[in-house]
Design a protein around this ligand. Structure first.
Ligand code: AMP
Length: 217
């Protein structure tokens, strides 16, 4: 079992690569962003509380996301956990270390997906996903074969995220550099940081991640 963190700015491809690892290695994706969007859709009190913060592109409180992760860590672990979009602050990273320790689990690698900001803007503002199966598409680089119909499952419910706008993206990037990028130093100091080129072709990024996983096993 291998537990990893995918670290990188919004649009780096964390979700896409996480889904490949779920399919290919039966790992379990823990995306706090997905969990928060689910809470929003379900109309729960917590979901209502975080909706505006998320739409602006700001981080929700450490307490909320740590609570979400705590619940999932005792569940099905499959081939290992992929932390996608968590941790995003040093406090979250510390909390994760304590939680994993308590469960007798360890973190095997932190994979930094390196990309540049110019690529992120076009990646994010053209992005849409299938509401049926979660497949990710892009207006110019990966459109559906038939307009608004998922290639994978045939669903016609395509969705765009409320925070995939240029304004919210600017805030999300600022949050990333201010609060999340210090995690690179934190995990480097722990000897856990590995970097891959997030701008390479999707299969090559997957190959680079597979190498890290194989050497961590
Ligand atoms: P993501 O899908 O990972 O891009 O996350 C979407 C939004 O959910 C972020 O912009 C934050 O508002 C919120 N969010 C997700 N994960 C976290 C986290 N670990 N800490 C704080 N806020 C988060």
């Amino acid at each position: 079992m291998t537990n990893i963190i995918l670290l990188g700015p919004p649009g780096a491809g964390k979700g896409t690569q996480a889904k490949r690892l779920v399919d290919g290695r039966h790992m379990v994706q823990l995306s706090t962003g997905d969990m928060l969007r689910e809470a929003k859709t379900s109309g729960s009190e917590m979901g209502r509380k975080v909706a505006d913060v998320m739409a602006r592109g700001e981080l929700v409180t450490d307490e909320i996301v740590i609570g979400l992760i705590r619940e999932k860590l005792t569940g099905e672990a499959g081939g290992g956990f992929i932390f996608d979009g968590f941790p995003r602050t040093l406090a979250q990273a510390d909390a994760l270390a304590v939680l994993m320790d308590g469960l007798g689990q360890k973190l095997d690698a932190v994979i930094e997906m390196q990309v540049d900001d110019a690529a992120l803007v076009s990646r994010i503002t053209g992005r849409y996903t299938c509401g049926g199966c979660g497949a990710v598409y892009h207006d110019s680089t990966k459109p559906t074969k038939v307009a608004d119909t998922c290639d994978a499952c045939g669903s016609t419910s395509m969705q765009r995220r409320a925070d995939d706008t240029e304004d919210a993206l600017r805030t999300r990037l600022m949050e990333y550099y201010k609060k999340t990028s210090p995690l690179m130093g934190y995990y480097y100091a722990k000897g856990a940081l590995r970097s891959v080129d997030g701008l390479a072709a999707m299969d090559d990024v997957a190959g680079a991640i597979a190498k890290v996983l194989d050497s961590a096993e």
